[in-house]
Unconditional design. Sequence first.
Length: 150
Amino acid sequence: MDSEKAKADNILIIHGPNLNLLGVREPELYGATTLEDINRNLSKLTENTAFRLDFFQSNAESALIERIQQTMKDGTNFIIINPAAYTHTSIAMRDAIAAVKLPFIEVHLSNIYSRESFRQRSYFSDLAIGVISGLGAKGYELALKYAMTS
Ligand code: DQA
């Protein structure tokens, strides 16, 4: 089993600002699924496997940067991140994710390319393995499935 095991076995899921309000926040854009539901569903996908998931949500840029930096010593080898509004503003978070040199997938619930022009630029996409945008909560699931088979 071990020889077949993918390398991305310690996966960190990072949720940026306001995603703690999922379910009540603009459900027409972000859906009715809560962050807890999303995380629970992801955990289910790794049940009875060797994959370990860690979840982190913060509304603070500095806390998000510190969590990204921590991956340099906590054994994380893959990141799934929805930087939320920091997608469009945070050079500091971009620098952190570039510094740790881990493969990552950028996820957005909504299709940022079909929204306001300020959302159509991401400081993360060119560094990401891939970007999933507009598939709602399912985007996290697809990202995790990719990580588990990469
Ligand atoms: C988002 C899109 C961002 O533009 C927005 O600021 C968010 C959520 C998404 O998941 O669709 O907070 O990242």
